[in-house]
Design a binder for this molecule. Structure first.
Ligand SMILES: [Fe+2]
Length: 210
């Protein structure tokens, strides 16, 4: 059987951080680009701010939209995990409306959608959210806003995009990322996740901080 070198596997795309996290070298990791906060960080946080945005409180109703399991790790360029970091996400509902009094369509907000969630990275730097696949709204391609907070560190703020979405190339903030490696480092690929729940998708997004 032919032996493949580590280098040829990497160039063939057969070694990924998902399958072999220990083998991705610092040289191949791209620092995750930061992005603007935007105008809709919730001005009033929901009562429930856990990592399941599809369920708000205990009333049992689910938000409209496709369930999206978002997971990954927060680490430095060498792959060293950052445990105990606070990760916040916020995004519009399935109709493109934000949980924010300044959104002109606020009255149409899906009251079953949490709109904002937080979690704390595990000892291996891992995080996980159950949310909905982001949708576009006028002027923007689908995205999820996020922030990372940790003691003695400057807050990191950015936006996560959907890899290959047809509207990305027309989005002014996506375009501002400038080149394909930065755009790739700010995007997550969605794959079906029927093993988790019917109709759901999942995506792994590692966040590499300098
Ligand atoms: Fe936004």
């Amino acid at each position: 059987m032919k032996k493949y070198s580590r280098r040829s596997l990497v160039s063939a795309g057969l070694v990924s951080g998902i399958l072999m996290p220990g083998l991705v070298s610092a040289a191949t990791r791209v620092i995750t680009p930061s992005g603007t906060e935007g105008p809709f960080y919730p001005d009033q946080l929901p009562l429930d701010t856990d990592n399941d945005l599809v369920k708000l409180g205990a009333d049992g109703k689910s938000a409209a939209g496709q369930v999206f399991h978002l997971m990954g790790r927060v680490m430095n360029k060498a792959g060293k995990p950052y445990p105990g970091f606070i990760l916040e996400i916020w995004q519009c509902d399935a109709n493109g409306v934000y949980l924010h009094s300044g959104d002109a369509r606020r009255s149409r907000y899906d009251e079953n959608f949490q709109g904002f969630g937080t979690t704390i990275t595990s000892k291996n730097g891992e995080y996980r959210f159950r949310t909905i696949t982001p949708v576009s709204y006028p002027g923007r391609t689908p995205h999820i806003h996020y922030k990372i907070k940790a003691p003695n560190r400057r807050e990191f703020t950015s936006q996560l995009y959907l890899a290959g979405h047809p509207q990305n190339d027309r989005d002014f903030l996506y375009r501002r990322l400038g080149n394909s490696s930065a755009q790739k480092a700010a995007s997550v690929a969605l794959i079906p996740a029927v093993e988790l729940e019917k109709g759901a998708v999942k995506g792994t997004f590692d966040i590499v901080l300098s």
